[in-house]
Design a binder for this molecule. Structure first.
Ligand code: CP3
Length: 333
């Protein structure tokens, strides 16, 4: 078993594996070089030779315990024929959502459209650099994908006022998402993904009363599906505050926490393996502070199954030397 599997499956507490969200990304000059030559982000994700190379870039530099595939949660709406573009300094922009077209899509056409993602996983899994490391696949949670598909851009602070108006349409979209998320997960697993992480980046936009409908229930469905494939599932309901309730109801194999929650409280409240937490901004300070904060998290979770990660993606302005120092600090603990 890989170190990450030992923590999640065997609940081992005396090792601290590390991987970092967005570890393959803009803070690496070798990524920016490829990105400059490939202005179309979707095309880059669908170029299995380049996307597998990008996935492996951080593993060449740092002693990380996982490769997270270089892809995006919005490849799913793309596979469902909704237009997806990424505008520089703005983020994603999605095209008009045609619900009739959406309901017509079949599994074969979807898989054909996103097939390079599965090829990329195969290439990563079979590369020597991932030996004794975990290949992590991922999806967006139904709620977060629904937000992008209806809002058609990042909601930043709040949803459109009329977001919930067409309940019939919302239910139809959620049904389609459930079906194709399972297809997407299954194909990732069949091609070598050993752990799946579910990103619910906009869980924080909901009132507590709406959490069961939009976050808990649709996620339970996926969690049970992934577990039925004998694959561990890590959930990241970012900004949710109610991590304890989430874990009790959704029952993921491990929980990834954001940087707004108190890790000491999480330790008291949660018995399943924990991942993440440290604020990515700590990497923009200095080595002393980075070491202090890293050790604070490791200390709190020293008798708890814990995978080191950040509380959100590593920031593009991070100095790769700070990432190197972080990985070494975790490994030396
Ligand atoms: O973690 C990794 O290294 C794997 C790759 C990965 C990407 N996106 C690549 C990417 C993962 C896991 C994601 C997930 C993702 N995508 C999420 C969930 C995590 C989160 O951040 O909350 C979300 C919400 C998206 C949607 C998305 N994709 C946004 C909002 C953006 C713009 C972000 C920005 O800072 O500009 C993207 C683009 C994106 N996805 C980039 C990368 C490396 C940047 C693309 C570029 O080079 O311009």
């Amino acid at each position: 078993m890989t170190p990450i599997e030992q923590v999640i499956i065997d609940k081992k507490t005396d090792i601290n594996p590390i991987w970092i969200m967005r570890q393959a990304g803009r803070y690496l000059p070798e990524f920016r070089e490829i990105r400059k030559l490939n202005p179309d982000f979707i095309k880059l994700c669908l170029n299995d030779k380049l996307s597998s190379e990008i996935t492996l870039q951080p593993l060449k530099r740092f002693d990380l315990d996982a490769a997270i595939i270089f892809s995006d949660i919005l490849m799913l709406p793309y596979g469902l024929n909704q237009k997806v573009e990424f505008k520089k300094n703005f983020g994603p922009i999605l095209g008009e959502l045609d619900i009739k077209e959406l309901l017509k899509i079949n599994e074969i056409d979807f898989v054909k459209k996103v097939n390079p993602i599965y090829k990329l996983i195969n290439l990563v899994k079979n590369n020597n650099l991932t030996r004794n490391k975990t290949t992590i696949g991922f999806v967006g949670a139904p709620w977060t994908l629904l937000v992008y598909m209806i809002n058609r851009q990042s909601p930043k602070i709040k949803l459109k006022d009329d977001f919930f108006d067409d309940q019939v349409q919302i239910d139809k979209i959620l049904k389609v998402l459930e079906k194709f998320l399972k297809v997407h997960i299954k194909n990732q697993i069949d091609n070598g993904a050993e752990v799946i992480q579910i990103f619910d980046s906009w869980a924080n936009l909901l009132n507590d009363k709406d959490l069961p409908n939009y976050v808990y229930n649709p996620t339970i469905n996926l969690v049970e599906y992934i577990k039925s494939q004998n694959i561990p599932v890590i959930c990241f309901p970012r900004g949710i505050k109610k991590y304890k309730e989430f874990c009790e109801i959704v029952k993921p194999s491990a929980i990834c926490i954001d940087y707004d929650v108190d890790p000491a409280q999480i330790l008291k409240d949660i018995s399943i393996p924990v991942q993440g937490g440290m604020n990515p901004k700590v990497l923009l300070t200095d080595k002393n502070n980075l070491k202090k904060e890293t050790i604070r998290y490791l200390d709190i979770f020293k008798d708890h199954p814990y995978i080191f990660n950040l509380g959100h993606g590593i920031l593009p302005e991070t100095d790769p030397n700070m990432m190197d120092y972080l990985v070494k600090t975790v490994k030396d603990f």
